[in-house]
Write a protein that binds this ligand. Structure first.
Ligand SMILES: O=C(O)C(=O)C[C@]1(C(=O)O)C=C[C@@H](O)C=C1
Length: 268
């Protein structure tokens, strides 16, 4: 199975991808991963979607809203960050923006004068630290190798730090099987009670919504695309009915079912 994920080698996305593929290529853009699958070049793509401390990976949500791919699995993995550098004297900390944010309290307390630099991935930050002895990186401790010292481990602001990744496949592999389903909804209208009407089809059928996220549509201010996840598979009659009701609401817009899938927790 040939898969594309966020690189270079050693990212948390890479670790999650190892659970579904052994032939793994890298790109430094999440949108590029979705494109790689939508174009048919890759059989699988793995993108980070949400973190328990810092919330949505908005670039992933936006890329899923306007490209045709299927979600075929969810991977949840604990995230335990280490601070790595050539030595303890550094001026700058380089990492993925999500990782920097997940360690904000630690960095403020321990390194209040250090500059933060957001780079494309945690592994890219590690490469920066390897090249420059004034730079420290935040990432998985295994990426330190022989050149960097692990100065501190478990520096995330909460012990229960976890990230959710989605495994993407070409649209033709969209499945109705699984305990969870993801949808993207663009109502293209706005009136009092619209959000309530969007959620009622699920409440009426006892379907638990596990996530509701709004993202700007980009069309006009105050206009949104909604990402909904619910705990039922599209093979279930109640899920089919709820989605059909939702489709009627948004006659001016659209509803895209990304697929039903199961969840896997990966420890490393
Ligand atoms: O930079 C990486 O290592 C990634 O795989 C990206 C990413 C993210 O986008 O959330 C994945 C997991 C962690 O939450 C930190 C960064």
């Amino acid at each position: 199975m040939r898969a594309l994920t966020l690189g270079p080698e050693g990212t948390y996305s890479h670790r999650a991808t190892r659970a579904v593929a052994d032939d793994i290529d890298f790109t430094e853009s999440v949108t590029g991963i979705v494109d790689g699958v939508a174009s048919g070049e890759y059989e699988r793509g793995v993108v980070p979607i949400e973190n328990s401390i810092e919330g949505s990976v908005t670039e992933s949500l936006d890329a899923l809203a306007d490209r045709n791919v299927a979600v075929v699995q969810e991977i949840i993995t604990p995230i335990r960050h280490a601070l790595m550098a050539q030595h303890g004297e550094f001026d700058l900390v380089a990492s993925h923006a999500q990782a920097l944010a997940q360690c904000r309290a630690y960095l403020d307390a321990e390194y209040p004068n250090a500059t933060m630099e957001a780079v494309a991935s945690t592994a890219r930050g590690v490469e920066r630290a390897r090249e420059d002895d004034r730079v420290a990186a935040i990432g998985h401790p295994d990426t330190a190798g022989d050149d960097l010292r692990v100065l501190a481990e478990d520096i995330q602001d909460r012990t229960s730090n976890a990230t959710r990744f989605l495994v993407l496949a070409p649209e033709s592999e969209r499945s109705e099987a699984g305990g969870k389903t993801s949808l993207v909804v663009y109502p293209n209208t706005n009136y009092p009670g619209l959000l309530l009407e969007m959620l009622e089809p699920f409440a009426d059928r006892d379907i638990n919504l596990s996530r509701v996220e709004s993202r700007p549509s980009g069309e006009r201010l105050g206009d949104y695309v909604f990402h909904l996840d619910f705990a039922a598979g599209m093979y279930e009659e109640r899920a089919k009915e709820a989605v059909a009701e939702l489709e009627q609401l948004g006659e001016e817009g659209w509803v895209r079912v990304l697929g039903s899938y199961d969840s896997k927790t990966v420890l490393y």
